[in-house]
Design a protein around this ligand. Structure first.
Ligand code: PHE
Ligand code: FE
Length: 275
């Protein structure tokens, strides 16, 4: 990959307005209050280590300097979603791509494209955790391979149900680790406390068959035992035969319970049915 097609742009930190910094602060304060007792302890340690409580939108250079010390990851700015091969190349090289724009003050709860709050607040704290950091890099390398095997669709579901919407079991109960949940006030409550969604034990092949929704809260969340187990299972499994096998089985619907599912909570699906 040449330096021109990496999609990286300058963050232009000095161009953010006071109002934009204030939007970050509002979102930050709301989640910082809500997440203790709901999010994985490693997420809170990451926030602290990276000093994300410092007011204003973080400066990626400063953030990368601290992150680099913990796990060798960097945060780089991109204009929004980037092509799959570009995304995988960055992850494989321990570069996390983040949107540099922030949602408008009247869009605190809903936006279609990941902004700097989702990308940095949601994703970056766990990149300070050595095991999770290795998982995301391994995912990038796995993505490059899946690209060649025509299996992005299946692998993308693993990202969705872990990195974006994953829950983890702890001695104190279920906790959030997915960035799509941790950066959303309403889904942080829904994912853990609402009777509506299914909560099912992590199963790699099952996840790679499962559809997901991008327009509302998830109807199923998958629960890992811990980051070590997630890393170990994904790293030690050759995905190529799984991709092959998946071409001849049906996709699983967003709310479906399958024989063999390790059911932690059988959802009522009341939220989805009411919508
Ligand atoms: N083991 C996977 C493969 O064979 C790669 C991978 C590792 C994917 C970790 C995701 C996470 O392709
Ligand atoms: Fe994300």
């Amino acid at each position: 990959m040449t330096p021109t097609d990496d999609w990286i742009i300058p963050q232009e930190w000095s161009s953010y307005t006071a109002e934009q910094h204030a939007t970050w602060d509002t979102l930050f304060a709301r989640q910082a209050k809500l997440l203790p007792g709901r999010v994985a302890p490693a997420f809170l340690s990451g926030l602290e280590f990276l000093r994300l409580a410092k007011p204003g939108i973080p400066d990626f250079e400063e953030l990368s300097e601290r992150l680099m010390k913990a796990t060798g990851w960097q945060v780089v700015a991109v204009p929004g979603l980037v092509p799959d091969d570009v995304f995988f190349d960055h992850l494989a090289n321990r570069r996390f791509v983040a949107g540099n724009f922030i949602r408008r003050a009247d869009q605190l709860d809903y936006l279609q494209e990941p902004d700097v709050f989702h990308d940095v607040f949601g994703h970056v704290p766990l990149l300070a955790d050595p095991v999770f950091a290795d998982y995301l890099q391994a995912y990038g390398i796995g993505g490059q391979r899946a690209n060649g095997l025509g299996a992005i669709r299946n692998l993308a579901r693993l990202y969705w149900y872990t990195v974006e919407f994953g829950l983890v079991q702890t001695a104190d109960g279920l906790r959030i680790y997915g960035a799509g949940i941790a950066s959303s006030h309403s889904e942080s409550i829904f994912a853990l406390e609402d009777p509506s969604p299914n909560r099912i034990g992590f199963d790699l092949q099952r996840i790679m068959r499962t559809l997901y929704r991008i327009d509302d809260f998830q109807q199923t969340y998958f629960v890992i035992d811990n980051f070590e187990a997630l890393l170990e299972t994904t790293l030690n499994t050759d995905f190529a035969p799984l991709y092959d096998a998946l071409t001849s089985v049906e996709d699983i619907a967003v709310d479906q319970i399958e024989p063999g599912d390790r059911i932690i909570w059988r959802g009522t699906q009341s939220h989805a049915h009411a919508a």
